[in-house]
Design a protein around this ligand. Structure first.
Ligand SMILES: [Zn+2]
Ligand SMILES: [Zn+2]
Ligand SMILES: [Zn+2]
Ligand SMILES: [Zn+2]
Ligand SMILES: [Zn+2]
Ligand SMILES: [Zn+2]
Length: 441
């Protein structure tokens, strides 16, 4: 620069020589003085050429107001802060997390240097998928630094779940099973089947009889499904059982013999016979043998009962025994009259063990059967005498020796082989009755 300025001064000096007006205060000017009219330049500040820097003061341009010559002058001091910096050089590079350093040199003076901190960059977060989520498994996402690669955070990506397509029927419902349908995941292709609707149930046709049922044997019938002929149902028809007509008694039962009854099925004609048990008497009357009330209308209190009474002769000392008759037909024991020394006692015994039970005991001795106001024992209990009770004949009956035993008890009666049937019209009984009638007053 200075070299150029000197050249310029020479040029302007030549011009000033032409005008021959001014001299320079230099040796060169002194040289010129001898040949030209010389006067001093009048210097005027024109402009700054370069500012002061760290090595040089400012250079200003001056111009002569008379001849137009110019002159550069170094003026003032150098500026210690006005460097001409070169490019930064990295001494320690910065990273994402640590700061670095750099320096630069002044191009005017290499001993002028400047150092600076390079701030840490901080990470550059960038997202990337590590594991892709599927329908059923979670995925993984990472936030990493694109500069240094450090993983900053991870995040679980939820499973997406299946994206089911529409259901397609793969099997229609049958009589016994529901249909089946399927659908697939449009993402992973997984297939899932499920029941569809419900079983239709059979559509049975009408029953066909294979064997008809009878009264005693089962029949068989079958039917076929109208939807699927391989579906067959066979069923037993229960036997109808007989349709019995009413029982008809062909032989009546009595106390001594079982009866027989018979009925007939109105469908198959089968006959069934059955025994009728012997009759029993839960409440029978027991009397001592003698004339029946209903066969003797001699008395004011006539009764149509079969009940018997027993006339006897009280003048005979000793024992008199008469059959006890239940229900007018069954000999069940004996009654005994004992007459001794003007006294009478009455006792009785029964056969058949448990087949007979006396439920009401009644007997009495009277002058005449017509002394009774009635014949039912329940109404006569005030006249009752007891077994083996001694009765003074004279005291009770005066001189009358034609007396009447009225034995009329109640009993329950069932069968026993000890019992015999009364033969009321046998010769022996007829003669006994005649003797009894003869004793009646
Ligand atoms: Zn001049
Ligand atoms: Zn410098
Ligand atoms: Zn980083
Ligand atoms: Zn899926
Ligand atoms: Zn079916
Ligand atoms: Zn039948």
């Amino acid at each position: 620069m200075f070299k150029n300025a000197r050249i310029a001064k020479v040029v302007f000096f030549a011009a000033c020589l032409t005008l021959a007006l001014c001299i320079a205060g230099s040796a060169m000017a002194t040289e010129i003085t001898s040949t030209t009219h010389v006067s001093d330049h009048v210097w005027v500040y024109t402009r700054n050429i370069s500012a002061a820097n760290c090595s040089t003061p400012a250079i200003n341009l001056y111009t002569c107001s008379l001849c137009g010559a110019t002159e550069e002058r170094r003026e003032g001091a150098s500026d210690p802060n006005a460097h001409v910096w070169g490019d930064w050089n990295i001494s320690t590079p910065a990273t994402c997390v640590t700061s670095g350093t750099r320096y630069r040199q002044c191009m005017l003076n290499v001993h002028h240097t400047q150092e600076d901190v390079i701030a840490a960059y901080g990470h550059t977060p960038t997202e990337r998928i590590v594991t892709v989520a599927t329908c059923t498994t979670t995925g993984l996402k990472e936030i990493y630094c694109a500069r240094c690669g450090q993983i900053i955070s991870t995040e679980v990506i939820p499973a997406t779940n299946h994206s089911w397509g529409p259901w397609t029927t793969i099997k229609q419902a049958t009589c016994t099973e529901p249909g089946e349908q399927t659908h697939s995941c449009t993402v992973c292709g997984l297939t899932e089947n499920a029941p569809f609707g419900s079983a239709l149930g059979h559509n049975w046709g009408s029953w066909q009889i294979i064997n008809a049922a009878t009264c005693e044997s089962n029949g068989l019938r079958t039917r076929v499904c109208l939807r699927d002929a391989s579906h067959v149902e066979t069923e037993v028809i229960p036997a109808t059982g007989h349709n019995w007509g009413p029982w008809v008694v062909t032989k009546q039962a009595n106390f001594w013999e079982e009866g027989i009854r018979e009925r007939t099925c109105t469908i198959c004609g089968l006959k069934q016979t059955e025994k009728i048990p012997t009759t029993t008497f839960p409440n029978a009357t027991v009397c001592a043998f003698g004339p029946r009330l209903k066969e003797s209308n001699l008395y004011p209190n006539y009764s149509d009962k079969w009940y018997m009474f027993t006339p006897f002769d009280a003048s005979l000392n000793g024992s008199q025994t008469y059959e006890l008759v239940a229900a007018d037909s069954v000999i069940v024991g004996d009654v005994t009259l004992n007459i001794r020394d003007g006294y009478l006692t009455v006792d009785y015994s029964l056969k058949g063990g448990d087949a007979i039970h006396i439920t009401l005991e009644f007997f009495t001795v009277l002058n005449s059967i017509s002394d009774l106001s009635q014949y039912e024992p329940e109404g006569l209990m005030y006249l009752k005498i007891n077994r083996n009770q001694a009765i003074n004949l004279y005291e009770k009956f005066g001189g009358d020796t034609h007396l009447v035993l009225y034995f009329c008890s109640r009993c329950s009666l069932t069968q026993s082989p000890a019992f015999k049937s009364l033969q009321y019209n046998s010769t022996a009984h007829k003669s006994l009755l005649s003797a009894m009638y003869a004793l009646m007053d």
